[in-house]
Design a protein around this ligand. Structure first.
Ligand code: SF4
Ligand code: SF4
Length: 264
């Protein structure tokens, strides 16, 4: 299957939260009672039962007027996914379309992915002892349907398609917008399968890392130390095998009854 990606054009988002609701409906996630703490953003953050969230932010524009920024937050579906690297049970895995899915049956609730994710996405639920996050509607993609959020968006802010086409579309839109507009997502962690067209500089958006990367501790363990330790373990096994081939099996010494090396 081809690689697929979702493009979120924040300049077209009106903050209606249709995508947030569609995500809950499709994934049968119940709403949770929340409190108003002075913002339209609701719930206050991503939760085990809220896998996508419209972040509301007030900024001052160049003319000194207040401007709303809306950004749909959720899993970025990284190519070089820190969560997949650290997951010891194989619950988090890269799919055939390049997205990152979660097999909850396999999740052991160790929370390694929670600390490793550079975007602070997975949420742990103590009641079920499992982790939750968006899977980019994998079941819908497999059924030739677009993700529920993209289907629900009334303004065309969320689009979905083959990744190379989405990248081209993003750059064309940035050219059209001009100013501080930029594409976010195609240049780090191997390229993400959720990308943004931002109309402000990335650092203006809250909770959006400017240069996200796989944590050094994860790279050291998974890409360097673990392969080395496997190599060392393999060396011991290979050495024992070689010894067996050269010297043969241990045989009991006929006189003493003790084991001797074969052929000695
Ligand atoms: S954003 Fe976080 S949870 Fe999503 S694929 Fe990347 S590392 Fe994993
Ligand atoms: S459905 Fe579209 S317009 Fe509405 S909040 Fe989501 S991204 Fe924004």
């Amino acid at each position: 299957m081809a690689e697929y990606a979702k493009l979120i054009d924040v300049s077209k988002c009106t903050g209606c939260r249709g995508c947030q609701l569609a995500c809950k409906q499709w994934n049968s996630q119940p709403a949770k009672q929340t409190e108003n703490y002075g913002t339209y953003q609701n719930p206050p953050d991503l939760q085990a039962n809220t896998w996508t969230l419209i972040r509301f932010q007030e900024v001052e524009d160049k003319g000194g007027k207040v401007k709303w920024l809306f950004r749909k937050d959720g899993c970025m579906h990284c190519t070089d996914a820190a969560c997949v690297k650290v997951c010891p049970s194989g619950a988090l895995h890269t799919t055939e379309v390049g997205t990152v899915a979660l097999n909850r049956e396999l999740c052991i609730g160790c929370k390694e992915c929670v600390s490793a994710c550079p975007f602070n996405i997975p949420r742990y639920d103590r009641k079920t002892d499992k982790v939750y996050k968006c899977d980019l509607c994998l079941s819908r993609i497999k059924a030739d349907l677009i993700p529920a959020c993209a289907k629900a968006c009334p303004t065309g802010a969320i689009t979905f398609g083959e990744k190379d086409k989405m990248v081209k579309k993003a750059y064309a839109r940035v050219k059209e917008l001009g100013g501080d507009a930029s594409v976010y997502g195609d240049k780090f962690v191997g390229g993400t399968h959720v990308m943004y067209v931002l109309d402000e500089k990335p650092e203006v958006y809250e909770h959006l890392p400017k240069n996200p990367s796989v944590p050094l501790s994860v790279i050291l363990w998974k890409d360097i130390l673990k392969p080395l330790s496997l190599l060392a373990a393999g060396g011991v096994i290979a050495g024992s095998f070689l010894h067996y081939i050269i010297h043969g099996p241990k045989l009991p010494d006929e006189e003493s009854g003790q084991e001797t090396k074969g052929g000695e």
